[in-house]
Design a protein around this ligand. Structure first.
Ligand code: SAH
Length: 475
């Protein structure tokens, strides 16, 4: 982050504006609404500015800028048409530690002024770090369209409600829940639609039921985080993350996904990683139950889809036994996510009529032909097999498929860190995948895909995972 966003209280503070043209006028119009004491210095001044000075909102000095003008200023905005003058004033301001903005001169500016959506007291500020004013404006326009006109009035009403309910809603959690019910529910919808009476009625009802009910029981939402790219989250997953009190997540869950969670949600990594005192499944179940029993909204976040090699079923069984409420938000599993980003359609009318997801971990018990995967079925032509957790057991898998009749020429591919900026795809055949994988030095997590569809990668790959290349293309 190259800028630190702040909202500055300028009430009664001196702000110096240097320059008397259109740009200065625009800045003055904004500043006026903050209650700042504006001083404007310029040898020539637009008529509008004279009018404002006459109305008393502005102190006007119609002359050249003098260094003493900086005295007592909390902010300086420089907007003369002379670049050298602008820079000189900027340097003077800097030497006195007064934050300065030079319009259209990012380098000379200590702070930049964002594009804003103003729904006083709600204020949304947009910055592109000075890279593109057009982009900032477009973003602002979209936000303008999205944010209801009455959101500011809603904020004022919520502030009043906060004061009015301080006694009746005691716990922090209870208060937050109440306000979430107001903001997310029909009360706020009616309010911004103009039906303030209806909104008040709903709030009265909410308060009445709250005071009668016992502390709410917690619940667990089992959420699929997808394979890596945070934008592959579902809207429901995002909602659950933003409502969570506690998040228990696996090691495989991408950092970018966790960043989307409610800021003060407690995050607990229960991943079974080396170096991490990994939790056993029983410990994880116990943690889920304990947090839910405290009335918390618990999110159990798993990579990919929770029901695919994620032990989600086992956790739900434990919750069901403990009579804890739960729900499930599916995620994009590694097979579908990685295949999509690698340009490998898992089925195709010409090449594969079925696809099987297999764990490469599955242990065959000696002498028990019924245990382990159905190798004969996986080796059959016209089908695709996707092996999760297969990298470490690659040779074993290839050997088993070959033993059950798969040709050494059957296409096979590995997708490592799929859907992320580090995605690597290596395609070969069952006969050559061992060497290809070794040469590429792939890092887990990785998926092994076996079947004729893998050959389509060479013509259907579309996802360029090299961030350097991406940048040069957009420059
Ligand atoms: N529940 C998860 C799978 C957990 S098992 C899901 O539905 O995706 C973990 C295995 O998933 C890893 O060993 C690897 O084989 C695969 N995997 C998960 N994320 C992956 C990714 N981004 N790229 C490649 N493989 C991945």
């Amino acid at each position: 982050m190259n800028y630190f966003p702040v909202f500055f209280d300028l009430t009664g503070q001196k702000v110096l504006v240097v320059g008397g043209g259109e740009v200065a006028l625009r800045k003055v119009s904004l500043l006026e609404r903050t209650g700042a004491l504006i001083t404007l210095v310029a040898p020539q001044v637009a008529p509008d500015l004279h009018a404002r000075a006459a109305a008393g909102t502005l102190q006007l000095a119609v002359r050249e800028f003098l260094p003493d003008d900086l005295e007592g200023a909390r902010l300086v905005i420089v907007a003369t048409s002379r670049r050298a003058v602008n820079r000189w004033i900027a340097t003077l301001s800097e030497s006195r530690n007064i934050p300065v903005n030079v319009v259209d001169d990012r380098e000379a500016s200590r702070f930049i002024v964002p594009a804003i959506v103003d729904r006083d007291p709600v204020l949304v500020a947009v910055s592109t770090g000075g890279t593109s004013p057009v982009l900032a404006r477009r973003l602002r326009e979209r936000l303008e369209a999205m944010i209801p006109q009455k959101i500011g009035e809603l904020a004022v009403w919520l502030r009043a409600l906060r004061a009015a309910t301080r006694r009746s809603l005691r716990g922090v959690d209870e208060r937050r829940r109440f306000f979430e019910a107001v903001v997310d529910g029909p009360a706020a919808r009616r309010f911004v639609a103009g039906d303030t009476q209806g909104a008040r009625r709903i709030v009265q009802q909410l308060l009445a039921t709250k005071s009668r009910s016992r502390p709410t029981a917690g619940e667990v939402t089992l959420v699929g985080a997808g394979p890596g790219d945070p934008e592959l989250l579902t809207l429901k997953a995002l909602r659950a993350l933003q409502d969570a009190d506690v998040i228990l997540h696996d090691r495989l869950v991408p950092a970018g996904v966790l960043e989307l969670a409610r800021r003060d949600a407690e995050r607990i990594c229960v991943g079974k990683a080396a170096g991490n005192i990994g939790s056993t499944q029983d410990e994880i179940n116990a943690l889920l139950i304990a947090h839910a029993k405290q009335g918390k909204r618990v999110v159990r976040l798993k990579g990919g889809d929770p029901f695919i090699f994620g032990r989600g079923g086992e956790e739900l069984q434990a919750l069901a036994a403990a009579q804890i409420n739960f729900s499930v938000v599916p995620g994009i599993t590694a097979a579908t996510g990685c295949a999509a980003y690698a340009g490998i359609p898992l089925t195709h009318r010409d090449y594969a009529h079925s696809v099987t997801f297999v764990t490469g971990h599955g242990q065959e018990r000696d002498g028990d032909p019924g245990s382990g995967p159905d190798w004969r079925g996986l080796a059959r032509p016209g089908t695709t097999a996707v092996f999760y957790m297969g990298l470490a057991r690659l040779d074993h898998i290839v050997q088993k498929l070959r033993q059950h009749g798969a040709s050494p020429l059957r296409p096979a591919g590995l997708i490592a860190q799929g859907t992320t900026a580090n995605q690597r795809v290596v395609t070969a055949t069952l006969g050559t995948i061992h060497d290809a994988s070794r040469n590429a030095g792939l890092e887990s997590p990785a998926l092994l895909v076996v079947g004729d569809v893998v050959a389509l990668h060479s013509s259907l790959a579309w996802f360029s995972s090299d961030p350097a290349t991406d940048l040069s293309q957009t420059a």
